[in-house]
Write a protein that binds this ligand. Sequence first.
Ligand SMILES: Cc1cc2nc3c(=O)[nH]c(=O)nc-3n(C[C@H](O)[C@H](O)[C@H](O)COP(=O)(O)OP(=O)(O)OC[C@H]3O[C@@H](n4cnc5c(N)ncnc54)[C@H](O)[C@@H]3O)c2cc1C
Length: 416
Amino acid sequence: MGEHLDAEVIVVGGGPAGAATAWALAREGVDVLVLDRAKFPRDKICAEYLSPQASRVLSDMRVLDEIEATNPAHLAGMRIRAPNGHVANGEFAANHGFHGFRDKGLAIQRTILDEIVLRGARTAGARVEESMRVTDLARNGSARVSGVTVLGADGLRRTLRARYVVGADGLRSVVGRRLGLVRTSRIWPRRIALVAHYRKVKGVTDMGEMHVDYDGYFGIVDVGDGKMNVAVVVPMSRAKEIGDDKAEFLERWIGSRPHLAERFVGAERITPVRATGPFAAATRRAWSPGAALVGDAADFFDPFTGEGIYAALRGGELLAPYLVEALGRPGKDEGRILSGYDRARKREFGGKWKLERIVGMAIAYPYFLNNAAKVLSQRKDMADLLVGVAGDFIPTSVVLSPRFLFNLFISPAFRN
Ligand SMILES: Cc1cc2nc3c(=O)[nH]c(=O)nc-3n(C[C@H](O)[C@H](O)[C@H](O)COP(=O)(O)OP(=O)(O)OC[C@H]3O[C@@H](n4cnc5c(N)ncnc54)[C@H](O)[C@@H]3O)c2cc1C
């Protein structure tokens, strides 16, 4: 080899996926360099809720205590309101015999969370360079990825070399696009999200709330420090209508729904309204010679079911051992080793991917969601199971059984 390397592994992106990957690699003694275009603390458009199992990974990374010390909110479960007004409440701590790492999920501002998690990677030995935008991949004579081209804050472009490049650069990943691995589908929802922080919204409890309507859905959650994260997600086709005045659109959405409007009397919006979308993208495989993808760069479907932070953290944990193995066998068996990463992802997330698509369909066709909400409002046991699956501590097979799906979506039609 003999060529100068800037690191054994370069991780592009220092969000939860990049930080978890870098942490796990650094702990194994790998020389890892994280590059992020942002300067931390940086924000990320998100509803800022974490499943109970995310705390398990954060605990392993030794950052959970520091996160808890910032006074985040703790969520007991989720409340879902269907377009027909039926309300279902599902709680993490329930009588189904399954237990999460914690009984509650965290809700915390991303500016706080992501900085602490990235610091965890640094403490484990990863080097982190901020304000470094990766613009392209470098390749050696073969098609193999051998590094990245990066534009620094000084305006200079440089090439940095590594044995592996990890794309943890989120939605619209540069690494994923340059590798040609990202795919979208015409039948997947194309949606846009508007997100802001408020204070003094009435009636916000320790249940995260999702209000589904015929033209989109709305979420509200306490994120600690007296702040509430408020988000609305609508079809991309409404982007023109939203135009430049995102705040006006969000406030009109709230104002035109009496069950929300009354709760926002006297509330204060304390941040600008920010927008992102569309989201849904996946990869055929999450690696290529010399490179791998993790977190949103590898797949993201929709914020409704998007336990994306957990998937990003867990994805980093899954990927690291395969990279360590590949680093230990230079030039040998790379395809076999990294295919193992694809299989591990499928084992870990495959059920969730199926469930996400089923829920995505139910939102797109509210007839099904109305039916499901009616059942769940009367069957708390089923609501608890669904919320436990969303919380990543109940196997998806429990709710993907034909019987559960029949009871949820089909049987109400016969009872009507
Ligand atoms: C509207 C919305 C609401 C959501 N709500 C939730 C929720 O409540 N709970 C939940 O768990 N998930 C939620 N998600 C999903 C969650 O935000 C993501 O899944 C999660 O942030 C993925 O982490 P990541 O590390 O892969 O990517 P990110 O957190 O996006 O981090 C990517 C990092 O890469 C950096 N980067 C990007 N491009 C480059 C480049 N070219 N060069 C260098 N650095 C680069 C960025 O600066 C960033 O720091 C939501 C998503 C959306 C869109």
